[in-house]
Design a protein around this ligand. Structure first.
Ligand code: NAP
Length: 335
């Protein structure tokens, strides 16, 4: 019998999630049935969408997220013992999966891509869901051209730090906004952003007028709210906005959402195109992004920094730390 632990969400979050919104349950896993595999978690991800999706789930629910695990027992010949897999089983140390059962989009198990010697934790980061988000969410929606000016918010995070680097690879000028001077320095000095700003201390409109005197062609929006309205005000005619997330609102009460400057005049007079997306849109094409991202990282064109915490019992702290901006790059936990 295998003893397993999992985090169960017992309450709807009110503001920043609290420790006692979660309960760690210990239980014994049953013996495997035909077609099932037993997975031991090795790397577990914490992401902003865990906060955003809370209100759409019926409590209690098991805290989902992506994890890299290793098959420890198997009754599915396609997944022999030792196979590394990526699942959406989230904050648990052991789980049982039947890989042949149908799942909702994004929740199916898949074999870890060939990491070509790169750290396996990247399979929930730059060579995982956040990497695919940056790759397709930016390239397919912004359709950047060489020489264009690209702005990224949440620029020092998992998705944003990759978007900025993809934009540089595509020959664009890149301006990032992040929440500390250390992050600004990292973006400019290590990741090759042309300019970065601490959104907590600058006037965003003035900063952009200075750094992008010819206007902004593409905006990759991780944050939403007033900063996004201000950036939209600096866009060029026929500019493209990819709306990836709105982390500035996730801890807010939906009934009391902060108001932001009206963007419709900029949208109309600059003939802007704004499109939201979910990464599941490119479900069948994830391997294409994995291959390109792996190439870029291996060739040194892209850096995939991680913010690693250790220990199953530290998942909650890592989660709220990420929401508060402690992470440079992808927040991930070694189990
Ligand atoms: P991340 O950027 O690695 O981590 C979250 C970051 O958000 C923090 O490091 C913090 O950095 C920033 N932040 C927190 N509160 C903020 C606020 N009030 N205003 C501005 N920034 C704030 O997370 P990620 O995984 O890369 O996700 C980034 C965004 O992409 C999120 O909005 C997420 O929901 C979205 N996303 C969407 C999809 C999709 O399919 N559409 C998929 C993945 C992710 P600072 O220090 O800079 O504040």
């Amino acid at each position: 019998m295998v003893k397993a632990r999992k985090y169960v969400v017992k309450k709807y979050f009110d503001g920043v999630p609290k420790r006692d919104d979660f309960e760690i349950e210990e239980y014994e896993l049953p013996p495997l049935k035909d077609g099932e595999i037993l997975i031991k978690a090795e790397w577990v991800s914490v992401d902003p969408y865990l906060r955003a999706y809370n209100r759409f789930n019926k409590i209690p629910y098991d805290q989902f997220s992506f994890q890299v695990g290793k098959v420890e027992e198997s009754k599915d010949p396609n997944y022999p013992v030792g196979t590394k897999v990526v699942t959406h089983k989230g904050w648990c140390d052991y789980c049982i999966v039947n890989p042949s059962l149908p799942t909702a989009p994004g929740q199916s198990i898949y074999k870890m891509p060939d990491m070509q010697g790169l750290p396996e934790s990247l399979a929930v980061g730059a060579i995982g869901m956040p990497g695919v988000t940056a790759y397709f969410g930016f390239l397919e929606i912004c359709k950047p051209k060489p020489g264009e000016t690209v702005v990224v918010t949440g620029a020092a995070g998992a998705v944003g730090s990759l978007v900025g680097q993809i934009a540089k690879i595509k020959g664009c000028k890149v301006i990032g906004f992040a929440g500390s001077d250390d992050k600004v320095q990292w973006l400019e000095q290590d990741l090759g952003f042309d300019k970065a700003f601490n959104y907590k201390t600058v006037n965003v409109t003035e900063a952009l007028k200075q750094a992008a005197p010819n206007g902004v062609d593409c905006y990759f929006d991780n944050v939403g709210g007033e900063i996004s309205s201000q950036i939209l005000g600096q866009m060029n005619v026929l500019g493209r906005i990819s709306v990836c997330g709105s982390i500035s609102s996730y801890n807010e009460d939906p009934a009391q959402m902060p108001k932001a400057t009206v963007v419709q005049p900029a949208m109309v007079f600059k003939q802007l195109k704004m499109e939201g997306f979910l990464v599941w849109r490119w479900d069948g094409r994830w391997p294409e992004a994995f291959a390109q991202l792996t190439d870029w990282i291996k060739s040194g064109k892209m850096k995939a920094r991680e913010h690693i915490s250790e220990g199953f019992e530290n998942l909650y702290d890592a989660f709220v730390g990420m929401l508060a901006g402690k992470n440079f790059g992808k927040a991930v936990i070694k189990i």
